[in-house]
Design a protein around this ligand. Structure first.
Ligand SMILES: Nc1nc2c(ncn2[C@@H]2O[C@H](COP(=O)(O)OP(=O)(O)OP(=O)(O)O)[C@@H](O)[C@H]2O)c(=O)[nH]1
Ligand SMILES: [Mg+2]
Length: 455
């Protein structure tokens, strides 16, 4: 597998100003030379320089495109192998023909993420860095892209390595006291306890950073719910700044749900507009209401709308109760009209849920609403601290944490050093799994399958 020379289009599918075909492996240059001919006859292809030339069709025996070729000799390349990049116009048919000819000349079509997989197999990057490369490419905000860039540079890997060395240090401290029990036992126990607490604290913070990581990577899903006719679709459209949903003064206008995303500052919010949760009138309402309840229950948060130009009803109270355990913001809509709703009663019913008065129609307080949404749903990033973006990483760090916490407990309860050491040592293979030092084929397959071909 690793001996093959691989080839793929590295630029996105579709038409573009420029398209790039990449090769990696020992035969990259000889294969590329069959397709690419320098414009100036007898030009030596020197390393790390773009050379102008033409693409040669060795089956049809003629030229078909202008191109630049750049040769990157190993070992200081993306994959640590010899690499070649051919850039020409971003025409899908031409690029595909280049790949086809490359394969005819001895290359193999690359699998998704195989260039990066090679960088990992050849030890240039670890799994944390490989994950970060894909994160950077698919980042939904600049903030997330910057976090991923730092991880590609190795910040998270270094942090993880420092946990490992602190744990090893701790183990040697414990082992020393097994071997020389006559040394000041009390003192060393205190020292052990301090060291372990320090590591626990840093790992805890890292685990906590996942809530920000998840928000940045996946965005926040908000369900706009409330009774029929309260102005859900009007709010949905106003936040999107376009007429996406149909609005009418008849209750029951929206039946199928609508889902669209907006960006607030550095984060993506996916808004769901849905049918009003009310007494069904039409047979289709029943299904729509059921769907609405489900969507609301699975969202990250709820915008519960009330029509404040009308008296509150039992249905409003039911809705508050139904979602009281979720992150929820009360929105008193239609404040441009004479107010009839008993806001304090509803607020009391909702206990700690924040609220805001808006007019979805006139746009009153919508900027404020965006600010509150960001504040409520996007956790803060601690200055200079790493953020983890993957559940895989979070779960493994949590396991590390568990074994350290258990070690700490055993230490405090006066268990023998052997027992404590055995518990703490469990953390080491977990760290190996995190960085990919311990290779789990399933995990690797899953990670690299998320990549595009050509990366
Ligand atoms: N005056 C005023 N009218 C509003 C406001 N928001 C919505 N409306 C009106 O209320 C009516 C219902 O609005 P929609 O956005 O369709 O309400 P909905 O909650 O989506 O209704 P359903 O889809 O039927 O559940 C329309 O006539 C809107 O113009 C507001 O802030 N002020
Ligand atoms: Mg609607």
């Amino acid at each position: 597998m690793l001996e093959d020379t691989i080839i793929a289009i590295s630029t996105p599918v579709g038409y573009g100003g420029i398209g790039i075909v990449r090769l990696s492996g020992d035969r990259s240059l000889p294969i590329a030379k069959k397709i690419f001919k320098p414009r100036k006859k007898n030009t030596e292809i020197s390393a790390l320089r773009s050379i102008l030339g033409n693409l040669y069709h060795f089956e049809q025996k003629d030229f078909f495109e202008e191109a630049y070729l750049t040769y990157f000799p190993k070992p200081f390349t993306y994959t640590r192998e010899d690499m070649v990049e051919i850039s020409c116009h971003g025409s899908p048919v031409t690029l595909e023909e280049v790949v086809r000819l490359g394969i005819k000349a001895g290359a193999r079509m690359a699998n998704p993420g195989e260039f990066t997989l090679r960088a990992y197999f050849r030890g240039r990057i670890d799994i944390l860095q490989a994950e970060a490369i894909n994160d950077l490419i698919q980042a939904s905000s600049f903030k997330q892209a910057k976090i991923s860039y730092n991880q590609i540079e190795g910040k998270l890997s270094q942090r993880t390595a420092s946990f490992r060395s602190q744990i090893i240090q701790l183990l040697s401290l414990i082992e020393a006291s097994i071997e020389f029990p006559e040394e000041n036992l009390h003192l060393s126990r205190k020292k052990m306890s301090k060291t372990i607490e320090k590591v626990i604290d840093s790992i805890k913070r890292l685990v906590e950073s996942y809530s920000l990581g998840k928000t940045l990577a996946e965005g926040t899903t908000l369900a706009i719910t409330g009774r029929a006719n309260v102005g859900k679709s009007t709010l949905f459209n106003s936040l999107l700044e376009r007429e996406r949903a149909i609005i009418s003064h008849y209750p029951g206008t929206t039946r199928d749900y609508l889902k669209e995303s907006i960006r607030i500052k550095d984060s993506i919010f996916t808004l769901i507009d849905m049918a009003g949760i009310d007494k069904p009138v039409h047979p289709a309402d029943k299904e729509a209401i059921k769907k609405g309840r489900e969507l609301a229950a699975h969202s990250d948060g709820i915008l519960l709308l009330f029509d404040s130009s009308r008296k509150e009803s039992l249905e409003d109270l039911k809705l508050i109760n139904k979602f009281k355990d979720k992150k929820m913001l009360f929105l008193f809509n239609k404040i441009d009209l004479p107010q009839k709703i008993n806001k304090s009663k509803l607020k009391r019913e909702g206990k700690n849920h924040p609220f805001l008065e808006i007019s979805a129609l006139k746009g009153t307080n919508l900027e404020k609403l965006k600010g509150i949404l960001h504040q409520l749903f996007v956790p803060d990033q601690r200055q200079g601290e790493e953020v983890i973006l993957h559940l895989r990483q979070k779960l493994l760090f949590e396991e590390v944490l568990e074994s350290l916490l258990e070690g700490k407990r055993l230490l405090e309860e006066g268990y023998s050093e052997e027992v404590i050491a055995e518990e703490i040592r469990k953390a080491l293979p977990l760290i190996g799994k995190l960085t990919g030092e311990i290779r789990a084929d399933e995990v690797i397959k899953e990670i690299f399958n998320r990549f595009c071909v050509g990366k």
